[in-house]
Ligand binder design. Sequence first.
Ligand SMILES: [Zn+2]
Length: 277
Amino acid sequence: MPELPEVEVIRRGLAPRLVGRRFLTVMSGDKRLRQASSPQELARWLPGRRLERLTRRGKYLVFALEGGVTLLIHLGMTGRLLMGVPPGHGPHVHVFFTLEDGLTLAFQDVRRFGRILVFPPGTPIFPLEQVGREPFSRRVTPEWLAEVARGRSRPLKNFLLDGRILAGIGNIYACEIMFAAGLHPAIPAGVLSLSDWARVLQETRRILRRAIRRGGTTVNDYLNSHGETGLFQVELMVYGREEEVCKQCGKTIKRLVQAGRSTFFCPRCQPKKRHFR
Ligand SMILES: [Zn+2]
């Protein structure tokens, strides 16, 4: 599932080629996505409009078009945005755009958990209202994290995965952040100290930045807008490494299930005892 770094890599790949160009046509397939505007709505609001900005909020790509129209795309589990796919071809293409200068953009999604929504001028972009703070924002500080976590007994892992608090962190990066910060994934978020939060925040930013620089992580299907895989997977310390050796201490990486998702961790580098008496 694409997380913040993968979506940011896609944004950086698309923006230089799409911003300033006009959408010409949009064609929608007949299979349902998790959430999508109707083919009629897409065809009403997109063609003829120039793309003014392409930004990211959490895991959403935000296409700001002239006249105040917004196109929102969420890649879900297996979504891809690929340039240069020939019209009408390519399996699992659900929406296909043509732009000025012969450019094409295909939204391909095998499992169809993606979302593609258009918002006419002046309408609230409700999915973005649910998105928490950006990890790189100055409004995210150790003090703020400690304040939000105060009194909460839910595990640190689930706290990090909650996109209404910190935006864009999914299973892969949550595991890597907790390993780097030396914190056990089951620690209740409310018991972390200010210095624990400072370390969590520092490692969050370091890991996300590094992953963006490496083109994201490809564990299943992720490809950037050029159809290339990421490289950060070779730097993963714990994610997907159950029963393998910890690269830092040599002990065996373990897996536990939290809220239905696998968590990978090193029992020695992320000891439980400091927080559980
Ligand atoms: Zn270890």
